[in-house]
Design a protein around this ligand. Structure first.
Ligand SMILES: Cc1cc2nc3c(=O)[nH]c(=O)nc-3n(C[C@H](O)[C@H](O)[C@H](O)COP(=O)(O)O)c2cc1C
Length: 423
């Protein structure tokens, strides 16, 4: 619920993409926001106001002159809204905003805004490219009072392709959450690693682990909403890249190391923090075969069809010799210690089996050995692939134990500690 307690004035203008604003309203409600729907006269030709009042549970405001409204509609809505979203924003509305006009409720509301204003333009690519529209966009950007999100390249209503398609509803909601979020990571670059690594044995087989990547993806998503620029280096996972986050996909531990070092930069100066949530494989096959290793099973079936591979002498079975992978986090911890710096803040994870005491003890040891600021410790069987987990935050000075909670909440706990350490 990243919009709990927030109020969004959702202004819908007369684009064919107006129907997508219904989904934005639904997602905003789902994220915990109060949504105050506003519609222009043109928008009402595309979508009925009953749809918006039904979804938001609020009366749709459209006519500033409505005599049944006591007081000044635009001022009261501006006062109530933490953020104003114009979704979709037509070329016409952008033009009137650039001129500072206030001839309808949406434009008057924007002029009276007390918080951020986000526009999601949507129009035919030729309308978007037109010098008049581009000049209006430039004026709005120069004024710095309105944030434009999109339009994006893609198919538009006419079936043509180009830049003019409205940004996706999910991405708009994330931008709104960021606009009204705590902003305590604004100006920071947070690097996150996530997921397992796959260590190739031959073109079809690999050594890997059961990490889903959920925790790392949530840390990245929450860091973006809290204002950070986020680079996510992820092993193979079945998750979409979090909105707003630059995701780099890798396969093996050594690829992950290269991409993390690139993101952290020479002397580790390009990032403020590294959250190492990936479950990096400790070992890889010494040799990666370029051809698929043939199985001996086909020849080891006896005439009755029974599998007799258990009786094959072990010398006839393929052997996998292992090589140790680099300890990425320890290497970075060591480099930071060598430079005698405190940046980036380093966060490790310890996913272990055993009882609570041994898990915390292991996390303490791991923190000291890898020279990181704190370690997030948890039980493998309570965490892998799950949406909830129970963690300890283990630093040099303290061990904080937390109850079972949603991984999104855990992500925020980690980021709270990060913010505290970044000062
Ligand atoms: C079928 C139809 C589709 C339209 N689609 C768009 C659109 O996607 N983007 C846009 O900027 N204008 C579009 N327009 C034009 C606007 O509706 C028109 O400029 C109107 O004055 C916008 O008013 P408003 O910005 O106050 O809602 C469309 C008009 C029609 C009739």
């Amino acid at each position: 619920m990243h919009l709990s307690g927030k109020t969004v004035a959702l202004c819908v203008t007369g684009s064919i993409a107006a129907y997508k604003a219904v989904e934005v309203a639904r997602l905003l409600k789902k994220a915990g926001a109060r949504v105050l729907p506003v519609m222009t006269a043109s928008a009402a030709k595309f979508v009925g106001d009953v749809t918006f009042s039904g979804i938001t549970g609020e009366r749709v405001a459209s006519d500033m002159w409505d005599p049944s409204w006591k007081g000044e509609m635009h001022i009261e809505l501006a006062q109530a809204a933490d953020v104003i979203a114009i979704v979709p924003a037509t070329a016409d509305t952008l033009a009137r905003l650039a001129q500072g006009r206030a001839d309808d409720l949406t434009t008057a509301l924007v002029l009276s805004a007390r918080g951020p204003v986000l526009c999601a333009p949507a129009m035919h690519p030729r309308m978007w490219e037109h010098p008049a529209t581009q000049a209006n966009v430039l004026t709005l950007l120069q004024q710095g009072r309105v944030e434009l999100f999109g339009p994006v390249m893609g198919e538009v209503a006419s079936g043509e392709r180009g830049v003019g398609r409205m940004a996706e509803p999910e991405d708009i909601v994330v931008r709104l959450a960021r606009a009204v979020g705590p902003g305590d990571l604004r100006g920071r670059h947070v690097v996150v690693s996530a997921g397992p690594t796959h260590e190739a044995w031959d073109p079809v087989r690999f050594l890997g682990n059961r990490s889903s990547g959920k925790m790392g993806h949530l840390v990245a998503a929450r860091a973006f909403i809290r204002g950070a620029k986020v680079t996510l280096v992820s092993g193979p996972v079945a998750l979409p890249a979090p909105s707003g986050v630059h995701r780099i996909s890798v396969e093996s531990a050594r690829e992950m190391q290269i991409e993390l070092l690139r993101a952290l930069g020479d002397d580790l100066l390009s990032a403020d923090a590294l959250v190492m949530a990936a479950a990096v494989a400790d070992y890889r096959p010494q040799i990666t075969h370029h051809e698929k290793i043939k199985t001996s099973r086909a020849t080891s079936l006896d005439p009755s069809g029974a599998n007799v591979s258990d009786t094959i002498p072990s010398t006839a079975l393929p052997m996998v010799l292992l090589a140790e992978n680099p300890d990425i986090l320890a290497g970075i911890g060591e480099a930071r210690a060598r430079g005698k710096g405190t940046r980036p803040v380093l966060v490790g994870f310890a996913l272990e089996t055993g009882n609570d005491e041994t898990i915390v003890e292991y996390a303490r040891k791991k923190r000291a050995e890898k020279r990181v600021d704190f370690v997030v410790a948890n039980h493998a069987n309570e965490s892998i692939g799950k949406d909830e987990t129970r963690v300890w935050l283990v630093s040099e000075e303290t061990v904080d134990a937390f109850p079972v909670m949603d991984k999104a909440r855990v992500a925020d706990l980690i980021l709270d500690e990060l913010v505290r350490r970044l000062g």
